[in-house]
Design a protein around this ligand. Sequence first.
Ligand SMILES: *Cc1c(COP(=O)(O)O)cnc(C)c1O
Length: 208
Amino acid sequence: MGLLDQEDVTLVAVSKTKPKAMIQDLYDQGQRIFGENRVPELVDKAATLPEDIEWHMIGHLQRNKVRDIVPFVSMIHSVDSIRLLRKINAEAEAAGRTVDILLQFHIATEDSKYGLTDQDIDEVMAIVADADHVCARGVMGMATFTDDKEQVRKEFRKLKAIYDRLLLDYDMPSTFDTVSMGMSGDYELAIEEGSTMVRLGSLLFGAR
Ligand SMILES: *Cc1c(COP(=O)(O)O)cnc(C)c1O
């Protein structure tokens, strides 16, 4: 793509609100992973665009919409509650598959951002260990929307520290390999702080 030189960082092209023709264009240039944040839009795009696209759900997911995406979604980044985690496991079992998920942690100072907190970790990891139809692949987080680079760096560092701690304390397998952090405005910082997966929208597709 030219944007990312680091070959060990996976690029999720965030195509929310963008027309299918733009996704097809990027697909034709070789991109295969696309991220969406709304279920109806994701379902519609997945039904008509090439079958080998790996669709990532990156936005807050309501439990009553889980069933709509579980049959085809490649990864859910936004597992931000214990109830949602249980629901995804149940729906994946019903659909006869295992779904890759990321545990979304609240790292920003803003109240509005969803996510798990330190207090949830024990319970979440107990469910992850038991749940046969989700595969926990790592963590995801969004930094505060601010120009203060040190603040953003601190938050990314916190997410990486949570990841490292989970890996160690819960003896996670080598498939627990993903730290999804970094968007158009802060992805370089995120990579410096250990991101393995960045989610870029406006940088690839233009402003929304
Ligand atoms: C929209 C969105 C992005 C991409 O944002 P850009 O600033 O356009 O790169 C990344 N992650 C999530 C969760 C989003 O909702």
